[in-house]
Design a protein around this ligand. Structure first.
Ligand code: FAD
Length: 473
């Protein structure tokens, strides 16, 4: 059996469903093929459930410190089952909303694993998606444009294969029914740091092991240093420049022992569980790419700036194309693919215009290049770094850790990068993103009137401080 659609999207995560909705808005007939649940990683195993848990951890940490605010809260204790229920209910509500959005936009959703086939009786071009439905029946969906949005899954290391009991990945950790007493987090990137911060706030004894010389190696070095200092102050043990000897992992019934090598010395770490956060790999196997001329490079589908693969009627978006594996990047790429497929001019994807957020405590948000990257590009740079300690709203909130750093090009005056670590910085990094999009100068952002007292004031001041013109700092 076969059906024809203008646009078929393989994978119903945020990249896929954003593409589908946009294509439908542009008058196309659209189908999504999803093997699991609409919403993908972001909704079910990523952004939303992890942030729900982080919020509970933040509330718990704040309540334990309530005395600072003149509030006596006695016998504060956490109920992880309830925390987990709250997370699940947020996900469920958003999942309902997403299903409604599909109906509202007249998008047909096929449940099942999709596989791309080559030229066939259904179409002279490759790109038809063959779906095995739950009842075993094969359905062939023939697109004018195909958008691949199959996402990614947790990467593992040989010897560190997860077992869901003492060695877990982030998918499995989200399903924990009780908190461990201790945890070793392998990998100090975004996901590892968020889990470390959350578990530590929940009272778990946390150790991070990172192979690179610093946490969050792709962020500005000043930010990594500040984060390490603040996490250590909260009791997190951190080993950077440390290699896990994967052959040495000993799994017991209720604990795991791991040897690490750091600066030529070896030591053993034992905890109730190890959480492996060493990146994510694209879901590109078993989807039929070999039946097409679509190219794969370093494990990711290769696309041009309009999200087209080597077969121009086949697009790919989101985590399966690599780059910044972020939900908002996937959504932007999905929309760009749908618009290009409909013959509209697209806003080309520019990595330096994509904000990056880490929801640790305190949060981290950045955009553009780090100071080191800017210098390596041969730029002369000027920088300003303002600390939250000097800001009224930060003092009011009792959240004075961290800073905002602006990197600007000495010659052109352009903003090259903005790097923030502090409470709620993820809430206003979009202002720096708008500045990047409009190619605004630090002076122009500094002239934007920021309401007082807000945390965002510091961004305006830091922009002015680049040229020594800050009023309040
Ligand atoms: C713990 C964690 C926290 C995160 N937090 C954030 C955050 O705070 N902010 C942020 O921006 N990003 C965050 N991310 C990253 C973000 O979740 C991803 O970048 C985003 O979900 C990628 O979207 P996608 O549509 O490309 O892929 P996915 O969301 O992975 O969706 C792909 C979908 O395709 C389906 N699929 C795959 N193969 C087939 C097939 N053959 N047939 C049918 N269906 C198929 C899958 O079932 C899946 O539903 C986080 C990730 C994790 C793991």
């Amino acid at each position: 059996m076969s059906q024809v659609f203008d646009t078929i999207v393989l994978g119903g995560g945020i990249g896929g469903y954003s593409a589908a909705i946009r294509a439908s808005q542009l008058g196309k007939t659209v189908a999504i093929v999803e093997q699991d649940k609409l919403g993908g990683t972001c909704l079910h195993r990523g952004c939303i459930p992890s942030k729900a848990l982080l919020r509970s951890a933040e509330v718990y940490a704040l309540m334990k410190e309530s005395d600072r605010f003149g509030i006596q809260a006695e016998a504060v204790r956490l109920d992880y089952a309830k925390i987990s229920d709250r997370k699940n209910s947020i996900v469920d509500q958003l999942y309902q909303g997403l299903q409604f959005l599909m109906k509202k936009n007249k998008i047909t959703v096929f449940n099942g694993k999709g596989r791309i086939i080559g030229p066939s009786i259904f179409s002279p071009r490759s790109g038809t998606v063959s779906v095995e439905q739950e009842d075993g029946e094969i359905l062939n969906l023939v697109p004018d444009k195909l958008i691949i949005a199959t996402g990614s899954r947790p990467r593992t290391l040989p010897g560190l294969e997860t077992d869901g009991v003492t060695v877990l990945n982030s998918d499995e950790a989200l399903q924990l029914e009780a908190l461990p007493a201790s945890a070793i987090i392998i990998g100090g990137g975004v996901i590892g740091v968020e889990w470390a911060s959350m578990l530590s706030d929940f009272g778990v004894e946390v150790t991070i092991v990172e192979y690179a010389p610093r946490l969050l190696p792709s962020e500005d070095e000043d930010v990594s240093r500040e984060l390490e200092k603040l996490l250590k102050k909260r009791g997190v043990t951190i080993y950077t420049g440390a290699k896990v000897q994967t052959e040495s992992v000993v799994r017991g019934a209720k604990q795991v022992t791991i040897s690490i090598e750091q600066r030529e010395t070896t030591q053993e770490l034992t905890a109730q569980l190890a959480l492996v956060c060493v990146g994510r790999q694209a879901n590109i196997e078993g989807i039929g790419l070999q039946n097409t001329d679509v190219k794969v490079e370093n494990g990711f589908i290769k696309v041009n700036e309009d999200m087209q693969t080597a077969e121009l009627h086949i697009y790919a978006v989101g985590d399966c194309i690599g780059g910044l594996q972020l939900a908002h990047a996937a959504a932007h790429e999905g929309i760009a693919a749908a618009e290009h497929g409909a013959g509209l001019p697209t806003h080309a994807y520019a990595p330096h215009q994509v904000p990056r957020c880490v929801y640790s405590r305190p949060e981290i948000a950045s955009i553009g290049y780090t100071e080191r990257e800017a210098r390596e590009q041969g730029r002369q740079v000027k920088t300003a770094k303002l600390y939250f300690q000097g800001l009224g709203k930060a003092r009011v909130l009792g959240e004075t850790d961290g800073f905002v750093k602006v990197v600007a090009d000495e010659e052109s005056g352009d903003i090259v990068g903005v790097h923030m670590i502090g409470a709620h910085v993820t809430d206003y990094i979009a202002e720096a993103a708008l500045a990047q999009l409009l190619n605004a100068t630090p002076w122009e952002v500094g002239q934007t009137i920021h309401p007082h007292p807000t945390l965002s004031e510091i961004l305006g001041e830091a922009m002015l401080a680049v040229d020594g013109k800050s009023i309040s700092f």
